[in-house]
Design a protein around this ligand. Structure first.
Ligand SMILES: Nc1ncnc2c1ncn2[C@@H]1O[C@H](COP(=O)(O)OP(=O)(O)OP(=O)(O)O)[C@@H](O)[C@H]1O
Ligand SMILES: [Mg+2]
Length: 270
């Protein structure tokens, strides 16, 4: 796990007072969040807490109703998907958005294919660079000319990550990267995500799997009912405590503890 500390570092992205409603449903209710380079930040919360809405705002898919985003010191009211990519933000969505019938290399270069003689796609270069990148990321795939429809869930996730890395971004966001994956494949993807943080990317990962979250994150941010209610350094908390904040039972317990303490004090005083 990264030894780096956020003290004294500037966040890559800073969100302030982000609000978003869908009709009468308040999905985000004034969220503040900082994501730092060289760190893996986990965003956790129950179903409907607002996690996906938040990353859609960061990646420019949705506009916030209120609030602002700052990136590398510049402030934006909202982003568009292409602006977010230009600014170095890439998102690996749960459905991965791969083109199944096209091969691995074509998916890694999708929309940014290198040309030769100005008009022709340089397939050889795409294959060579894809092989190099996948080797570097330790993603094992039968061949870069295999259509992605024949790959396993973990291999597909690896291709989606390689595509994000190829965009030469600064921040990579993952929405449930290990959902529906076996133990071995999950482990590989988690190691890959951790290595992206160690390489200096600002990584934001949404996961319901706290074991995974604790194994790779530097920070854990808890969203509950559209509010970011807790921002822990991973080493300073425990799965039980995080579950308490996700479900709201922690605050409930705390109130009961405080009430009991007050009662005990009163008893002692009388
Ligand atoms: N396009 C939409 N139209 C209407 N309501 C929406 C829309 N997108 C999200 N919501 C609502 O906003 C709230 C937050 O949804 P969001 O998808 O962000 O939650 P989540 O934390 O990602 O949940 P999950 O863990 O189930 O993926 C939910 O109540 C959801 O029903
Ligand atoms: Mg979601």
């Amino acid at each position: 796990m990264s030894k780096c500390c956020t003290l004294g570092k500037n966040p890559f992205i800073r969100l302030r007072n982000i609000k978003k409603s869908f009709g009468h449903v308040v999905a985000l209710d004034g969220v503040d969040l900082d994501v730092y380079p060289g760190e893996v930040t986990a965003l956790v919360g129950d179903n409907g807490a607002g996690k996906s809405t938040l990353i859609k705002i960061i990646s420019g898919v949705l506009y916030p109703d209120e609030g602002e985003l700052s990136l590398d010191g510049k402030t934006f009211r909202h982003l568009t998907p292409s602006r977010a990519i230009e600014l170095g933000i890439s998102t690996v969505y749960q459905d991965l958005a791969l083109v199944d019938c096209r091969d691995v290399a074509s998916n890694i270069f999708l929309g940014r294919e290198p040309l030769k003689a100005r008009f022709f796609v340089d397939k050889k270069r795409m294959n060579r660079e894809s092989e190099e990148l996948l080797r570097k990321l330790k993603v094992s795939i039968p061949s870069v000319t295999t259509p992605v429809e024949f790959l396993s869930g973990g291999q597909r996730q690896g291709v989606a990550v390689a595509r994000s890395v190829k965009q030469q971004g600064k921040m990579i966001i993952f929405d449930e990267p290990t959902a529906a994956m076996g133990v071995g494949e999950s482990d590989k993807i988690l190691k890959l995500i951790r290595s992206l943080g160690d390489e200096g990317f600002a990584v934001l990962i949404i996961s319901h799997n706290l074991h995974h979250v604790f194994s790779i994150s530097d920070r854990i941010c808890v969203l509950r009912n559209g509010r970011l209610i807790k921002d822990f350094r991973t080493e300073n908390t425990s799965p039980d405590e995080v579950v308490g904040f996700i479900t709201g039972s922690y605050r409930h317990d705390k109130k009961i503890r405080e009430k009991n303490n007050t009662k005990a004090l009163r008893c002692r005083e009388t």
